[in-house]
Design a protein around this ligand. Structure first.
Ligand code: HEM
Length: 454
C-alpha cells in the first residue's frame, strides 16, 4: 500500500513557512457551508509535488464535529468518528488540563468572544511574507462573504491568530523547535529503512488495523475519511516574564556551584530535556554542543535510567518517552503526533511583563485523537504512565502543566549525583486560550462534503 499524496492535505507533510494565519468560521447554513468548502477545495495545498516549493499560500482546512454536522454529513456516518473528536474539547477538559476555575477554563476561551461550540472550521494559511499572508486572508474572507459563512474573531482587539518564527525555529522561552518529527514510511511496498520509521497509519484515517486503530474504522465512513487526519489545535499563552523570573531566582538556588547565567540555562534545559539550542541533555548533560543541536538519536532507559541527565518530568521525556518502560495498566502505547505549530506574538526579554499576548499556536496531527488526548496531553498534566514516576507524588510537566490539576503537586525533581534537588512550588507558565479538534478531509471527503455527504 502506497499513500497517494494527491489525496492528502499538504499540512501532513509541511507547514514550513515564515508566517501563518488561522481563520475561524461558523457555518450558518448547510448550503453556504458546502459552497464555501467546494470553492476552497480548489485552493487547498495537497501533499503531492514538493510542498516546500509550492507557491504561497499553503492553504489547509479542518472542520470540527459541529462543523461536519452543520455540513449535514449523514448522522450514522458521524457516529463512527473518533469519540473524543465527537465530544469536543470542553467535554474532555480535564484530560487536556483545562481545569474549570483556572486560567485555562474553557468558559473563558477565545477571549470570551464566542463559544467553542460555534467553531466549525479553521482555514490555515502559511506564507513566506506578511503581504502574501494578507492577500491570502483577504481572498478567503471574500469567499466566506460570498457564501454566507461567518468569520469568528478570537481577540478583543479584533485581530486574528497569526504565527511567526521570530528567529530560526525559536519559540518563546528561548527553546529551539522542529528538531524531532516522526519519520514516516508512506509506502508498505518498500520496507522501512530503519526500526525508528513510523507507519503512516498513525497519521492517516481509513487504514485502521488492530495495531494502528483509528475511527471511522471500516465501511462507508472509513471510505469517506480515507486519507484524512485529525488535528488538535491549541492556542496557548506563554508567560515569558514569569518564566524568566523563575529561572533567575531558582537557577542559582538549585545550582549554587555555577555562575548565575549558567545555572539559569541548566534549569531551563532540565525542564525541556534539551538545551535551548536543541542539544539533548541525554547526549550532553553539562553544556550545549552545536554538533548535537539537531540530534534526535537518543534513548532514556539505557542512556539515562536514573534521570540524572534528563529529569523524568522534562517536557520531551513525557511527550515522547522513547524506550522508557510504560505502565501496562494505564498505557496502550505512546501515540506519535506531527507538530506544525508556530509561536505568535513579539518576543520579550527580561522579567517585566508588557501585557502583550504571546505563545504558541499549537497543532498536533494524528489518526487517533482519543489516544493523543487521553495520553499525551493528560501525561503533561499528570506524570502517571510509567513506573519511573512516584505513584505517591504525582507531578507534572514543569513547563506546560496546569498547576490547578487535582491530585498533582507543583514540584519538579531533578535527580543528581549525590541526591535530587526539587523545586517546591512551580508557577503556571502557560494557559490555554482556545482549543479545537479538527478533521482535515482528504480528497474523497472534500468532494463528499462539498456535495453533501450522505
Ligand atoms: C506552549 C506549549 C509548548 C511548547 C512551547 C513546546 C515546545 C517544544 C519544544 C521546544 C520541543 C523540543 C524540540 C523538538 O524536539 O523538536 C518540543 C518537543 C515536543 N513537544 Fe512540545 N511544546 C508545547 C506543548 C506541547 C504539547 C501540549 C504536546 C502534546 C500534545 C507537545 C508535544 C511535543 C512532542 C511530541 C515533542 C517531540 C519530543 C521528542 O520527539 O523527543 N508539546 N516541544
Amino acid at each position: 500500500m502506497k499513500v497517494d499524496f494527491s489525496e492528502v492535505q499538504g499540512i501532513i507533510r509541511t507547514c514550513r513557512r515564515v508566517t501563518s494565519r488561522h481563520l475561524i468560521f461558523r457555518f450558518d447554513s448547510g448550503r453556504g457551508a458546502r459552497a464555501f468548502i467546494r470553492e476552497l477545495a480548489e485552493r487547498i495545498t495537497m501533499a503531492d509535488g514538493d510542498p516546500n516549493s509550492a507557491p504561497d499560500p499553503l492553504l489547509n482546512v479542518g472542520m470540527t464535529f459541529n462543523g461536519l454536522q452543520a455540513l449535514e454529513v449523514d448522522q450514522a456516518m458521524l457516529g463512527e468518528f473518533d469519540a473524543v473528536f465527537r465530544l469536543g474539547p470542553p467535554t474532555v477538559k480535564m484530560a487536556l488540563g483545562d481545569v474549570p476555575g483556572s486560567r485555562s477554563d474553557p468558559a473563558n476561551w477565545w477571549e470570551n468572544r464566542f463559544a467553542t461550540d460555534d467553531v466549525h472550521c479553521l482555514v490555515h494559511l502559511y506564507a513566506q511574507s506578511d503581504d502574501a499572508a494578507a492577500d491570502a486572508v483577504q481572498a478567503v474572507r471574500q469567499l466566506a462573504d460570498s457564501t454566507g459563512v461567518t468569520e469568528l474573531i478570537p481577540r478583543r482587539d479584533g485581530t486574528i491568530l497569526s504565527g511567526r518564527w521570530f528567529a530560526v525555529r525559536k519559540m518563546h522561552f528561548g527553546y529551539t523547535d522542529g528538531i524531532s518529527q516522526p519519520d514516516i514510511f508512506w509506502d508498505d511496498e518498500t520496507p522501512p529503512r530503519s526500526p525508528e520509521q513510523i507507519d503512516f497509519r498513525n497519521f492517516l484515517l481509513g487504514y485502521s488495523t488492530d495495531k494502528y486503530a483509528s475511527a471511522p474504522s471500516s465501511g462507508a465512513a472509513a471510505d469517506f475519511a480515507r486519507n484524512s487526519t485529525y488535528g488538535l489545535f491549541r492556542w496557548i499563552y506563554q508567560d515569558v516574564a514569569a518564566f524568566n523570573q523563575f529561572l533567575a531566582v531558582q537557577g542559582p538556588e538549585l545550582f549554587p556551584e555555577l555562575p548565575a547565567a549558567d545555572a539559569e540555562e541548566l534549569l531551563a534545559a532540565k525542564m525541556m530535556g534539551r538545551w535551548r539550542d536543541g542539544t539533548p541533555l541525554v547526549l550532553s548533560p553539562e553544556r550545549p554542543d552545536p554538533q548535537l543541536a539537531k540530534s534526535n538519536d537518543f534513548n532514556y532507559a539505557i542512556g539515562d535510567p536514573d534521570g540524572q541527565r534528563c529529569p523524568f518530568s522534562a517536557h520531551i521525556r513525557i511527550v515522547n518517552p522513547r524506550d522508557t518502560p510504560l505502565d501496562p495498566v494505564v498505557v496502550e502505547g505512546v501515540p506519535r503526533v506531527l507538530r506544525c505549530g508556530m509561536p505568535y506574538g513579539a518576543p520579550l526579554q527580561g522579567t517585566t511583563d508588557d501585557g502583550a499576548d504571546r505563545g504558541l499556536v499549537g497543532m498536533f496531527l494524528c489518526a487517533d485523537l482519543r489516544k493523543v488526548v487521553h495520553s499525551l496531553t493528560s501525561w503533561v498534566m499528570r506524570n502517571d504512565f510509567s513506573p519511573v514516576y512516584n505513584a505517591n507524588r504525582r507531578v507534572q510537566d514543569p513547563l506546560f502543566g496546569n498547576r490547578a490539576m487535582p491530585g498533582t503537586r507543583a514540584e519538579f525533581s531533578i535527580p543528581r549525583v549525590g541526591g535530587e534537588v526539587t523545586v517546591k512550588s512551580l508557577p503556571d507558565f502557560v494557559h490555554t486560550k482556545g482549543t479545537a479538534f479538527l478533521f482535515y478531509p482528504g480528497k474523497t471527503a472534500l468532494i463528499g462534503l462539498s456535495q453533501g455527504a450522505g
